[in-house]
Design a protein around this ligand. Sequence first.
Ligand SMILES: Cc1cc2nc3c(=O)[nH]c(=O)nc-3n(C[C@H](O)[C@H](O)[C@H](O)COP(=O)(O)OP(=O)(O)OC[C@H]3O[C@@H](n4cnc5c(N)ncnc54)[C@H](O)[C@@H]3O)c2cc1C
Length: 459
Amino acid sequence: MTPSSSLPSWLPALKKAVGASILSTDAESLQIHGGDAWFAHALPQVVASPRTTEEVSRLLKFASKHRIPVTPRGAGRGYVGGCVPVHHGISLSLSRMNKIKEVSLADSVAVVQPGVITVDLKKAAEAKGLYYPPDPASFKESSIGGNIATNAGGPRCLKYGVTRNYVLGLEVVLASGEIVRTGSRTHKNKMGFDLVGIFVGSEGMLGVVTEATLRLIPSPKARAAAVATFKDGKGAAAAVSRIQQAGFLPSALEVADALTLRAARAYTSNVPEGNAFLLVEIDGQPPAVRAELKLLHSVLSGCQPVELHVAPNDAACEKLWQMRREFSYSLKATGLTKLNEDVTVPRGRLLDLFHFAEKLEKKFKLQVACFGHAGDGNIHVNLMVVPERANSKEAIQALDALFAQVVAWGGVITGEHGVGLAKKRWWPTSTSPQLRDLHQTMKKALDPLGILNPGKFLG
Ligand SMILES: Cc1cc2nc3c(=O)[nH]c(=O)nc-3n(C[C@H](O)[C@H](O)[C@H](O)COP(=O)(O)OP(=O)(O)OC[C@H]3O[C@@H](n4cnc5c(N)ncnc54)[C@H](O)[C@@H]3O)c2cc1C
């Protein structure tokens, strides 16, 4: 992707329209705003960091008039190149709009600007005894605007749902510069179409989120967890079924395969023996959690675990999570490049997915490590390749095969990260022509000139 070398001719007029203080063209800033956590990179010509909705609106009016591409950016921690300005133009950073405007105990809502980092909202809610459940593993770095634009999920989706389930209202600036407010601060709303839902997950292609009203719920008073390991994936899958049949709705149900466990043992201590790993977390009122933990222990004991450990309180749970969070880093520490996919299959296909990963290993002679959110059927299938082969024919073919199989099972090629640039190749093969047309119709209705985040899966 060609970097731009000279200042754009429209820069002086843009300075007049929005004010020079929110614009930057220094090489370092352009470089930083060219990439995210994936490996694509393209330089914007200008970085704009507005502080108000009105500045965003003026900027988009100008961009529409002059047909300049605008790529919204939150914290730049996306995994699919979503905020990479492939058509150059303006990188619109929302990072300065980072105020938590309100956390209301009475209404159980928070009103925030898009640049708020997710962990800061969680802490502000906790301080009032409230809970904002969406927990992408990047929650200490990613922004609420980015979470909304990607409809981010995480381990606690099984019980609590994804970001969409917590967005009650949005202020959005359209490509034309028009400011619209949709939804409300009520917990129910059936006024017209679900326009909030159209913007959530729209990956910066339909509008720029400048404010969000988010649903908060009471904070669970206690949590506990159990970790069990098994001889093989079949044992872990059977345990997942037993847990569900016993009537549990865990707040998290995480699995990992043998390769992930081997990498973790090489990287950190206290990883239990066994070839398949299961972490189950429950939460609620303390007496209920104590009773459920007892029952959970008995269910898991009956599943012939290799090891079984319980974490009866918050501190012990955190230790287990610490180990679980090391999985990703352990795989990275192997020195191989981790092509981190986030496919999601119908729950009943979980074991099939693990078996299919083994087939991919043999067929394409590469290692495949699987771990993730068993309760949602959302598994990170990580193709482990030598760095210089990350974009190789075999890696692409292995992904072709994986995605084709997932779609054939009725699954989706991304459950969390989005399509962005990374999965653009598979957008046509994973969707129907009718669905693609509908996306284009909506895109044309909201962004007729195609200035918002061009070059991604809608072209
Ligand atoms: C270590 C790691 C772990 C991760 N774990 C998870 C996980 O568990 N679950 C998960 O879902 N994701 C995960 N991700 C992916 C990523 O963190 C999420 O997609 C996150 O929501 C991105 O937020 P961001 O602020 O970094 O957005 P960015 O990367 O800046 O942007 C992402 C997309 O949102 C658009 N956008 C950003 N802000 C706005 C706005 N205000 N208005 C309109 N569009 C906007 C951009 O144009 C882009 O298309 C992980 C990433 C990393 C690096």
